[in-house]
Design a binder for this molecule. Structure first.
Ligand SMILES: NC(=O)c1ccc[n+]([C@@H]2O[C@H](COP(=O)([O-])OP(=O)(O)OC[C@H]3O[C@@H](n4cnc5c(N)ncnc54)[C@H](OP(=O)(O)O)[C@@H]3O)[C@@H](O)[C@H]2O)c1
Length: 418
């Protein structure tokens, strides 16, 4: 059956009332594979909100790599988690901007018609960790739209009320949908985990990528000096506009990347190249970094540990190049360095970070906006590494630029990025 998605901008129901069916881009367990085949358009039942839940009409959705993993069924199937077993479908999408459409029992802070963005951390209200430690420590913690279904690649999504944040007024729908997952992750890493201070020196890997563009802006906003690592001069130019103190093209140091399976001589040569890189970092920052912002993993981690100053911190949230890390631990213990793990952000961090977007102290960096008919194609671009920055998908919004209710600079348009 073909599904008509030509007019998602006009709905037959008013806020407070839900239609029975909606269009959604769905992954199913029996068709795992490349996104272009695995993510398919279907008509599904619209969910009803449970207690403390909200149904949001999605105006725009942000594309992230986690839905590529979900489509591939790798490294493990998302159908083992959350509400997947009961629904049998995975509607991905961990970033959204939209309009509150219906609220569940107990929700008092939001009402139909409110304009919102969504952060992607979920945890059960009943877990004690939520009420004194951190929702990220709760056994029930999940990333919405990845470890749960009812994500943002649909006309309506279902979220916990605590996931909602006011939509920044000067942003269009597609700009507002583009930043949450990566920005809030970078915020927790630098502000709460590494506790950067004015005057600190920071080294940022992948600084023109999804996380890096926000890490760079956060350093600038906090008064910390930062050097970003990139793979082209165009990306370096983007960093200059974001407030970086300097940048390094990693192609000048190809030998420093850890590949695994090296001979002792190769390791020695790599170490020498890493030292040369660290020297360059020190020249640009005026000393070794207090903090290294890590997410590349295997290829760069030995250099990160070597480079960070004694008593300094390496904060890490990912491992794009491989998650089995090895490094010379003597540089860690002798110099009393710290490694800090970090994962997404809690509602308070997301709220604080979102206020910086509202005041334009930090701005989204958007590469491309695509139509709702292109959700699978957008994920295939990520899968093939052909993307050049963040992609937003128009869902309920008819055209780019809609949704602004105040004047402001809006997003930075990136010609370069990830
Ligand atoms: N735990 C969490 O909550 C969380 C949240 C968000 C993201 N992540 C993870 O963090 C990682 C980065 O996410 P992202 O959104 O920033 O991705 P991205 O937009 O693809 O950017 C990553 C950047 O890393 C650099 N890079 C890639 N491979 C590299 C290598 N071998 N050596 C050096 N640099 C390399 C690239 O920049 P250059 O080519 O310019 O150097 C790339 O642009 C992913 O693995 C993601 O899954 C985790």
């Amino acid at each position: 059956m073909s599904i008509d998605i030509s007019n998602l901008s006009s709905l037959s129901v008013e806020p407070g009332t839900l239609p029975d069916k909606m269009a959604a881009w769905v992954v199913r367990e029996d068709r795992f594979g490349e996104p272009i085949d695995a993510i398919q358009l279907e008509e599904v039942d619209v969910p009803q909100p449970g207690a403390f839940e909200v149904i949001v009409r999605v105006m725009a959705a942000g594309v992230n790599f986690n839905n590529v993993w979900a489509a591939r069924g790798e490294p493990i199937s998302v159908f083992r988690y959350g509400d997947h077993p009961e629904t049998g479908h995975h509607i991905g999408g961990s970033d959204a901007s939209g309009i509150v459409w219906k609220v569940g029992e107990g929700v008092t802070r939001w009402k139909p018609g409110d304009e919102v963005v969504v952060h992607c951390n979920q945890a059960s209200y009943e877990d004690p960790e939520v009420h004194g430690l951190d929702p990220l420590a709760a056994p029930s913690q999940k990333i919405w739209g990845y470890e749960t279904t009812w994500g943002s690649f649909a006309e309506f999504c279902k979220v916990q009320a605590q996931q909602l944040l006011p939509k920044p007024k000067a942003l269009s729908w597609e700009e507002a949908a583009s930043y949450g997952l990566t920005y809030f992750t970078a915020y927790r890493m630098l502000i709460d985990q590494a506790e950067i201070q004015a005057g600190d020196k920071v080294l940022i890997w992948g600084a023109a990528g999804g996380l890096g563009v926000f890490a760079t802006q956060l350093c600038a906003a906090a008064g910390a000096d930062c050097v970003g690592v990139v793979s082209s001069p165009e990306k370096g130019a983007l960093l200059e506009t974001l407030g970086a103190t300097g940048w390094i093209d990693r192609n000048e140091f190809p030998g420093m990347m850890r590949k695994g399976g090296e001979t002792p001589d190769e390791e020695k040569a790599r170490f020498k190249e890493s030292r040369r890189f660290c020297k360059r970092v020190e020249e640009l920052l005026g000393g070794p970094p207090d903090v290294v912002f890590e997410h590349v993993g295997q290829a760069t981690f030995p250099t990160s540990v070597l480079c960070v100053k004694p008593f300094g911190k390496v904060v890490i949230c990912g491992a794009t190049s491989g998650y089995n890390l090895d490094f010379d631990v003597r540089y860690l213990w002798m110099r009393q360095k710290q490694i800090i793990g970090s994962h997404f952000a809690n509602a308070w961090e997301a709220t604080r970070a979102n206020e910086l977007i509202e005041s334009a102290k930090v701005r989204p960096v958007l590469w491309k906006t695509m139509g709702f008919d292109q959700v699978a194609e957008a994920h295939q671009l990520l899968s093939d590494n052909k993307h050049l920055g963040k992609i937003s998908i128009l869902v309920g919004a008819a055209a780019e630029g809609e949704g602004k209710t105040a004047e402001g600079p809006g997003a930075i348009r990136a010609e370069v990025g990830a």
